[in-house]
Design a protein around this ligand. Structure first.
Ligand SMILES: O=C(O)C(=O)C[C@]1(C(=O)O)C=C[C@@H](O)C=C1
Length: 323
């Protein structure tokens, strides 16, 4: 049996500790490396809730977790956990292009493979390839793409001879690539987020995104339209909307949203106030710079200045000064 040294040292320094979906070699680790300070200490966790709880309990300074995949959609474990307990906020987003290799212990051939393990999101992105190349292969769910790779390297696997992981993980665990470029969609991308404990919100960059979760009033016709109008009336564009079941009974949903803009901007605050007045739950999940750095389009009549001028006109009305 080979025990793989992943190179993570025990914490002996003041370096910041960041938790992430591990073990070593996940796509999440690749995303973390894009934004972490050079002296970061890595805290690999077996699932997303554990990584986020490490930040809540102050064991870690930040967590990096997957948020959405261009093929498979939102990562429910992340969307749901962010509102499940003590608040956390997103402070950065990262994107990683996703390509897989099929890897096994050295000497494994394609025809030896009767079982494959990987993360369910990865499986969803390779289903077509497997159906075409290994139609008889059984799927064994993994907690990440690199957890089954590590188990295979250590001789601890059950029911599979190959894994779908990234090329770096295959190398890390001394596995051999049986097939490269495995993907049903070669342009697949996963978006990851860096999450921290809430603090004073920073200043807008001019190219920002805000994430929030909103629960609508129950059995209220037009509730979804009313929620969307809070944004459209203030010229706030939505870049993602997903429904998630509340969980207590059938037919109750909340909505996970990304909007273009920063909570320090007047039009976003005006939309937030409208939501708070009309929805039973609104959870702010962070304003942070957009990955593509594309400045947000501010429609005529919705700039901060427009709001300030309008408010001062109302003040004049109240004082009898407005003409
Ligand atoms: O398992 C990993 O390597 C992860 O980082 C998780 C994850 C995901 O949750 O979608 C990230 C990217 C890929 O789409 C497959 C799996």
């Amino acid at each position: 049996m080979v025990t793989v040294d992943t190179g993570y040292a025990e914490s002996m320094t003041d370096a910041p500790l960041w938790s992430f979906l591990g073990p070593a070699g996940t796509f999440t680790e690749m995303a973390l490396r894009q934004v972490a300070p050079l002296n970061v200490e890595l805290d690999p966790c077996q699932d997303v809730p554990t990584a986020l709880d490490r930040v809540r309990s102050r064991a870690a300074e930040a967590a990096v977790v997957p948020m959405e995949n261009s093929v498979e959609g939102g990562v429910n474990a992340t969307l749901d956990n962010l509102v499940a307990s003590t608040p956390l906020v997103i402070t950065a987003e990262m994107a990683v292009p996703i390509t897989f290799v099929l890897a096994g212990r050295p000497g494994t051939r394609l025809e030896d493979v009767t079982g494959i393990s990987t993360h369910p999101h990865a499986w969803a992105q390779c289903r077509g390839w497997v159906h075409h190349n290994l139609p008889e292969a059984r799927y064994v769910a993994g907690t990440s793409t690199s957890a089954p790779a590590q188990a295979l390297a250590n001789g601890e696997e059950a029911g599979y001879q190959a894994v779908l992981c990234n090329a770096l993980a295959a190398q890390t665990y001394g596995l051999e690539v049986i097939a490269g470029g495995v993907a049903d969609n070669p342009d697949a991308v996963t978006r990851f987020v860096k999450v921290t404990r809430p603090g004073r919100v920073g200043e807008p960059s001019g190219a920002d995104k805000t994430t929030l979760m909103v629960q609508l009033p129950h059995n209220h016709s037009g509730a979804l339209l009313n929620m969307l109008e809070q944004f459209s009336a203030r010229g706030v564009n939505l870049s993602r909307i997903e429904s998630r079941p509340v969980g207590d009974s059938l037919g109750r949903y909340r909505f996970s949203l990304d909007i273009e803009g920063h909570v320090r901007e007047e039009r976003v605050q005006a939309a937030f106030i409208g939501l708070h007045r009309t929805c039973p739950m609104v959870r702010f999940l962070g304003s942070y710079p957009r990955l593509d750095a594309r400045p947000v389009t501010v429609l005529a009549g919705t700039s901060d200045k427009d709001f300030v001028v309008a408010r001062s006109w109302v003040a004049d009305v109240l004082e009898g000064r407005a003409l």
